[in-house]
Write a protein that binds this ligand. Structure first.
Ligand SMILES: [Zn+2]
Length: 260
């Protein structure tokens, strides 16, 4: 009986510890541009709302701060020692530059540009969230973790509807532009990430697998052959199932109920 009581205490302690929350933290800024981005984000409260939703989905062993800050480099990353996701304002500045100077699509005004930057940032954030869940929950990632979390980000985003799809497309657009900017320079074969255009391919393949009719024109525009498109429709449910199996023990509610 005492053993059972002890086991129950341990279990309740474990459950209590699994109520970690995502917390939005605004770190120091050193430039006017970063300050403007930070002000805009704080005013909208969008990240706080998203953090609340995600906290309601996953059982985390501890709080997971999401820190927006100046880093001195263009980056976003999960820090396993600090148990935190860091999103550098420099990454958002980089997106602003990248999108403002491209010629593929017409951007009407600053609001539209800001929206695109927000979408790409959202993709980067969900990519890092994938790393964080792997790290915090100790779930396995076979194959290349970078590819796995690109898939995670896309799968989670397409589950949110139009807004999420737009963020996944923001990620796709980011990788097209990085590849274009690289020009003839060969990509680094030993990098932990796949090549930019492969990362683009991963995102659009899942988007197509999720909604073939909606994304068929995009696949055609990118010149992705029918044979590959068919495989995308087969891969989408498999990838979704894989992540659901991995995350199921750590979900507070079923995906469809909790998210939408
Ligand atoms: Zn990564």
């Amino acid at each position: 009986m005492r053993a059972l009581a002890f086991a129950l205490i341990l279990l309740s302690a474990a459950l209590a510890r699994a109520d970690g929350q995502l917390k939005i933290v605004y770190g120091p800024v050193t430039s006017k541009v970063s300050q403007d981005i930070a002000d805009g984000m704080q005013k909208s409260g969008g990240m706080e709302m998203l953090a609340g939703k995600l906290s309601g989905l996953f059982m985390l062993p501890r709080d997971l701060p999401i820190v927006f800050t100046d880093c001195g480099v263009i980056n976003a990353f999960y820090n396993p020692d600090k148990h935190a996701i860091i999103v550098c304002y420099e990454l958002m500045e980089h997106f602003t530059e990248l999108f403002a100077h491209q010629t593929a699509v017409k951007i009407a005004n600053a609001t539209e540009l800001g929206k695109m930057v927000g979408q790409a940032t959202m993709f980067a954030f969900f990519h890092e969230l994938g790393h964080a869940l792997i790290g915090e929950l100790g779930i396995p990632a076979t194959g290349r973790e970078e590819d796995a979390v690109d898939e995670f980000a896309t799968l989670l985003l397409v589950g949110v509807g139009d807004v999420g799809e737009q963020s996944a497309l923001g990620g796709a657009f980011w990788f097209i532009l990085e590849a274009a900017q690289r020009g003839e320079k060969p990509p680094v074969f030993w990098d932990e990430h796949s090549f930019d255009l492969q990362r683009l391919g991963t995102i659009v393949c899942l988007l197509y697998g999720h909604a073939p009719e909606k994304f068929a024109p995009l696949m055609a525009r990118l010149g992705i052959p029918d044979q590959r498109q068919k495989r995308c429709t087969l891969e989408f449910p498999k990838k979704q199932q894989s992540w659901e199996t991995l995350l199921k023990p750590y979900m507070k509610v079923q995906r469809a109920e909790g998210w939408q």
